[in-house]
Design a protein around this ligand. Structure first.
Ligand code: NAI
Length: 289
């Protein structure tokens, strides 16, 4: 049986994933700001450092996997909180715990993104770049200039930044090359306390207006099953993927945007990747193909 760290274990999808892992006999180190093995505030630098120290102690050198589900929704005036928890609450913990994950040999990591990454308009691209580069201060300033749209733009920007960070890192020597499979789960609306709060807030009308072709919200238990699949050996052949589970919203809004052919401007990057293939992960032996 394995040992897994789950952030956001006190509620919603993190709670459902932790329960599901425990039901299968795994050991879970839950991290949350309440009701958890490790109680820590992931919105502050010191809280994140405390969380890392406590998890390391409980992990005792090895982690078979990690689920990053702690997150904050879109709240007016709380742009900084949103980006600190949703971005740094993942990236800082993941970087610090890399040695424990590498020690397992075939660890799996699931990071919660969101389908807001592809279905929210008016998200400044510069803010995403700033967040990905670690300039939280600058990004928050820029996002606040969006006025009444600052909250949804900050939420989407935080999820875009963490998703891009994960995709860029997942395929490197430090992660895929160290046996660690890092992937993203991007839910649409799932009935958890986070969504219930949003539905009851002043933006509830807007949240309700988003089309969901399957005509129902997801459940935390359904998403926990996807987490289990992404932690299983089925994910050995997966790195940097975004699994969208959203009742069809993204396909409805963006049917032709993805998949799309490689744009010409990306050809130099592709050629560089081909040149670096032995380092970046060329399969050694094609004799069975
Ligand atoms: P939830 O609100 O039910 O659970 C989130 C957990 O994160 C809570 O237990 C909360 O205490 C913890 N958390 C928040 N701030 C924290 C902090 N500063 N320090 C430590 N823990 C903190 O939310 P839900 O819906 O289960 O969300 C899980 C993830 O899925 C989040 O990252 C969310 O952004 C994402 N998501 C949720 C969707 C939904 O419709 N529910 C849709 C798309 C993505």
């Amino acid at each position: 049986m394995g040992k897994y760290v789950v952030t956001g274990s006190a509620s919603g999808m993190g709670h459902a994933a932790a329960e599901r892992l425990r039901a299968d006999g795994h050991e879970v180190i839950g991290v949350d700001q309440r009701d958890a093995d490790v109680v820590a505030d992931l919105s502050t630098k010191s809280g994140r450092s405390d969380a890392v120290r406590a998890v390391m102690k409980l992990a005792d050198g090895v982690l078979d996997g990690a689920v990053f589900a702690a997150g904050v929704g879109a709240h007016a005036g709380k742009e900084r909180l949103t980006v600190e928890v949703n971005v740094l609450g993942v990236t800082e913990l993941l970087m610090a715990l890399q040695p424990e994950l590498a020690a397992a040999g075939n660890a799996k990591v699931v990071v919660f993104g969101s389908n807001s990454t592809t279905s929210t308009p008016f998200v400044p691209r510069r803010a995403i770049r700033m967040l990905t580069a670690g300039d939280t201060e600058g990004a928050v300033k820029l996002l606040r200039r969006r006025g009444p749209l600052a909250a949804p733009a900050s939420y989407a920007a935080s999820k875009l930044a963490v998703s891009r960070w994960v995709r860029a890192k997942a395929v490197t020597q430090q992660w895929a090359g160290s046996g660690i499979r890092v992937n993203l789960l991007a839910p649409g609306p799932v009935l958890t306390p986070l969504l219930r709060d949003q539905l009851a807030s002043s933006s509830g009308k807007h949240v309700r207006s988003y089309p969901v072709p399957v005509r129902e919200y997801g459940t935390p238990e359904q998403l926990a099953e996807w987490v289990m699949m992404m932690l299983s050996p089925a994910a050995d052949f997966m790195a940097g993927s975004v699994i969208t589970v959203d009742g069809g919203t993204e396909a409805l809004l963006r049917p032709n945007d993805w998949p799309s052919p490689l744009p010409v401007r990306r050809v130099p990057r592709m050629l560089a990747a081909l040149r670096n293939a032995p380092r970046s992960g060329q399969v050694a032996d094609y004799s069975d193909v």
